[in-house]
Design a protein around this ligand. Sequence first.
Ligand SMILES: [Zn+2]
Length: 142
Amino acid sequence: MESLFKNIELIEFENVFSSDEKCMEFLANEKWKNGFACRKCGHTNYCKGKKPFSRRCTKCKSEESATAHTLFHKCKFPLNEAFKITYLVCHNHDISSYKLSEKINLRPMTCWNFKKKITECIDSRGDINILEKEKLKKDLLS
Ligand SMILES: [Zn+2]
């Protein structure tokens, strides 16, 4: 994702990710690019879920949203703004949260928190993998 974001101009970026829906579509495509597998039962057949771009397992009926288990899960501000922060951080890892908040129109603290998520991801994996580590699972097991 980092290399993708790095190689497009801001204008192009804003064009492609102009709405929450387009960001959601991107996440769904990335997330299930190797096919869908239900997290509960492993079934690979799905139908459309209730929310846009979510998928519902045809066997156990559990539904997974496009943002679940990604960096953008439970994001409290619009997805396209989260994408823009990601874009700006990709282009400048040291961008300050104040600068981000000027450009995105969110509180610096909100930007800082989200930026931290992204840079931690880059630090640990060298790239922005949209899928979050299965942190929670491990915590529950230990
Ligand atoms: Zn299932």
